[in-house]
Ligand binder design. Structure first.
Ligand code: 13P
Ligand code: MG
Ligand code: MG
Length: 401
């Protein structure tokens, strides 16, 4: 059968500031999933939260970008928004950016990652005798937060020893999206190992270029990421991008430990407080609220197995909910405190073009208008904008006076 995995994630309200959704919101999404399974819309579904975001993880046979599945998710987010609004929660409906999107909701605010593949998990299926996958969800993070860890997990044998084995030695193809391009998707496919350096040249810029998809050389989908910039959709800051990623693992794909090891770096990403600060990414258990200094960005990762009918195994695995990750959490806090020691200076904040909150931009734009241009030499003059009508007026410089 053709199986589709869809992850749709949105921030539609949270308790006591942008921390986590309420239990009632999550229960409402779970109830809708139960109904959708009963009605045969989806095969299975799961609701997880990471910081203030709710992720719906669905399996179905309707293909990627399916209108009914997307509309189901949209209405589940609307129902949770109503609950948040009634309870007076912060940011009710924050990520639902358009009034009533018809069909596919990609580009309407929620983060979407999907993949469709042939699902035939039987013993004599040499490529995929069993299907297992992982879902990453990041809160308080920019859209390219997965660039480094996914690149290392799929292209660097220092992290993925499996790349030295015959079944993976051909490497993987990365589809990179230029997130500054708003008129349709602008994408480029590059493969490792041969395009290794070109990949790094693009992926170093987490704010502009993002891994959108990773495939095996035979086209088999390996990973899908919601690489879109919220502020490019909304035209203004509405919240942080908080991307999700769907990654198949084991066998012909990297093993979980190979995909997780890059997260031991607690690498710095754009996001953090007011969507504008550079902060390390802290791996956390599912359902962890964001309460750390400067909204230290958090990442969760859960794993699922899928039976022959497309149903999830009754339990999932919470990869970062384990003492093995305590040391990384400590390291992330140390790295957070180190960069925050530098406050607003230089690399500790995102550059002007990237700062998300309109307020920072308004402050700077207001100040830029007050700058004066000095022209030195004979007859030195300076001009500045008149407060009253905004037109430049000549002034005699202090020196020439
Ligand atoms: P959210 O998108 O998670 O609400 O993040 C807002 C933010 O930037 C917090 O500082
Ligand atoms: Mg929020
Ligand atoms: Mg969020």
């Amino acid at each position: 059968m053709q199986l589709t995995l869809s992850v749709l994630k949105a921030d539609v309200g949270s308790i006591g500031g942008h921390t986590r959704p309420s239990a009632a919101m999550v229960e409402s999404a779970r109830q809708r999933i139960r109904e959708a399974i009963d009605h045969g819309l989806i095969i299975d579904g799961f609701v997880g939260t990471t910081g203030d975001d709710i992720a719906l993880i669905l399996s179905h046979g309707r293909g990627s970008g399916n209108s009914e599945v997307h509309q189901f998710a949209w209405h589940a987010f609307l129902a949770a928004t109503d609950i948040a609004a009634h309870a007076g929660l912060y940011g009710a409906g924050q990520d639902l950016l358009v009034d009533a999107p018809s069909g596919n909701i990609r580009g309407a605010g929620p983060a979407v990652a999907e993949m469709t593949f042939e699902h035939h998990p039987v013993n004599d299926n040499r490529n995929r005798p069993a299907e297992s996958f992982m879902v990453f969800a990041a809160d308080k993070c920019g859209p390219g937060a997965y660039n480094l860890p996914l690149f290392l997990g799929f292209a660097d044998p220092m992290y993925c020893a499996g790349l030295m084995l015959p079944k993976m030695a051909d490497g993987f193809t990365f589809r990179i999206i230029d997130m500054d391009h708003t008129d349709g998707d602008s994408v480029l496919e590059l493969s490792a190992p041969e395009d290794y350096y070109h990949l790094t040249a693009l992926l170093r810029d987490n704010e502009r270029f993002g891994i959108e998809r990773i495939m095996r050389r035979d086209g088999e989908p390996a990973a899908a990421v919601s690489a879109q910039r919220l502020h490019n959709i909304a035209g203004t800051y509405t919240g942080k991008d908080d991307p999700v990623a769907l990654v198949r693992n084991q066998g012909i794909f990297p093993a979980p430990e190979e995909l997780l090891s890059p997260f031991a770096k607690a690498h710095y990403v754009g996001g953090g407080a007011r969507g504008s600060h550079v902060m390390p990414m802290m791996p956390v258990a599912l359902h962890t609220p964001v309460t750390g200094m400067y909204c230290i960005p958090v990442i969760s990762c859960i794993g699922f197995s899928v039976d022959v009918e497309g149903r999830f195994a009754s339990d999932h695995v919470d990869f970062f909910d384990n003492p093995a990750w305590d040391e990384v959490r400590r390291k992330a806090m140390e790295r957070a405190m180190i960069i925050r020691d530098q406050g607003w200076s230089g690399a500790a904040m995102l550059p002007y073009a990237e700062i998300e909150y309109g307020g920072f931009r308004d402050t700077i734009t207001g100040l830029v208008k007050r700058f004066e241009t000095h022209k030195d030499g004979n007859g030195a003059r300076r001009t500045r904008r008149s407060k009253r009508n905004g037109s430049p007026r000549k002034m005699v410089s202090a020196r020439s006076r």
